[in-house]
Design a protein around this ligand. Sequence first.
Ligand code: NJP
Length: 235
Amino acid sequence: MKKISIVTGASRGIGREIATRLAKEGHFVALVARNEEEIRELEFEIDSAGGKSRGYPLDLSDEAAVEAMVTELRAQFGRIDILVNNAGIGVFKQGATISTEEWDRVFEVNVRGSFLMTRAVLPAMLEAGAGHVVAIASDVSKRTFANGALYCASKYAQDAFFSGLRKEVRASGIKVSVVYPGLVDTFFHDGNPGQPHRAEYLKPHDIADAVAYILNAPAHVVIDELMLHPLVQDY
Ligand code: NJP
């Protein structure tokens, strides 16, 4: 096994593709998401193809579960080399109609969830003097759109956290990279009909390619930011 990695939101979409890619590249992958069946399925698929993985069905808003998972992984392997914070949710509606529960949940998963996971792995990376934290943010971490106020606010916050963190841990040998995808053809868009160009959106493997490129940069190079869009997207 080359490296010990964690991918959140690994049960489907972009996260599933990133996890599969990391396993193909010879890394151990800890698969995190809530849906146990999908996580076990992916674990079986990776392991049947000769890779190494383990599923951790948990909700990222559960601080104790996140801490326990990272403690277990560290106890087994003694290190954690890569964390890909990919899990995320969206609520798309007019700001005036957003409920307090919807506001809290989006921030709980997109911002607090990626913070909790990152804080949990940093001690191992700091001890090793090396590590790579990647966040899958969004192109709307840098622009806004109508009916996207809440989602954009969460993605701006996530981006700001990881951009600040990059400056804090750089001197300790830890890299922090943020990926900003445009539209990607996943479950994320299933509740949103009428997308004439959906077939031409980015595919999850395009994001996995970007993450692999970032992680395989030479030791002295940190790719701070990588933004990608489908050619059909008007933004
Ligand atoms: O989304 P989807 P994508 N605890 O819905 C997991 C960003 N992005 O792959 O828990 C733990 O297919 C969920 O698993 P489960 C986007 O903001 C996308 O498109 O079992 N895990 C599933 O595995 C997000 O950050 C587009 O339901 C939780 C995964 O997250 C990332 O890309 C554009 C969880 C979501 O899979 C992946 O999105 C863009 C929790 N509480 C940015 N809640 C796009 N698709 O167009 C959810 O700019 N998950």
